[in-house]
Design a binder for this molecule. Structure first.
Ligand SMILES: [Zn+2]
Length: 142
C-alpha cells in the first residue's frame, strides 16, 4: 500500500512552498500526511468517505495557491488507483489485511509480520519488493 503514498509524495514534493528556514519540514509533513491517509484507507476504506478530499485538506497549506488544483488532481488520480487496488485485493484474498506483509512463507501461508514503514513487506521479505518492481516494470514494457 505504501507505494501509493510514496507515489503521491514523489509527484507533489517538487511543488512544495519553499520555506528557506526549514526546507525539510514541508517534505516531512507531506510524507506523513500521505502515509496516514493510505494507512487509514488500507484499514477501513469503506468507511473513509472522500479520501482524496481529506488528504488535500491536510496538505493544501503546503502548496502555493496557483498549484492547488494540480495538487488535488494528483491526489485524486493516485487515490483512485489505491481504491482500485484495494478492491482487487479484497476480491482476490477475501478480506484484505493490507497492513500485513504481502509475502507467503515456506508453508504457503500468508506472512503475519508487520511491514517496514514505506514498504509492503516485513524486514525478512523486503527483498521481494525489488523483484515485484522489476516484474511490474517488465510488464509495462511488454
Ligand atoms: Zn514477511
Amino acid at each position: 500500500m505504501y507505494r501509493f503514498s510514496r507515489a503521491i509524495y514523489r509527484d507533489l514534493q517538487p511543488y512544495l512552498l519553499k520555506d528557506q528556514l526549514r526546507p525539510e519540514l514541508g517534505q516531512r509533513l507531506l510524507l506523513s500526511a500521505c502515509e496516514r491517509t493510505i494507512e487509514r484507507l488500507a484499514r477501513d476504506h469503506r468507511r473513509f468517505a472522500r479520501p482524496a478530499a481529506s488528504l488535500f485538506s491536510d496538505v493544501r497549506a503546503l502548496f502555493p495557491v496557483s498549484m492547488q488544483l494540480m495538487v488535488y488532481d494528483v491526489i485524486e488520480v493516485h487515490m483512485n488507483n489505491a481504491l482500485a487496488y484495494l478492491d482487487e485485493e479484497i476480491a482476490e484474498r477475501g478480506s484484505a489485511d493490507l497492513l500485513r506483509c504481502r509475502a507467503t512463507n515456506r508453508k504457503g501461508k500468508a506472512c503475519q509480520r508487520v511491514p517496514v514503514t514505506g514498504s509492503d513487506y516485513c524486514p525478512s521479505h523486503r527483498y521481494l519488493e525489488k523483484v515485484q518492481q522489476q516484474r511490474s516494470s517488465g510488464m509495462l514494457a511488454a
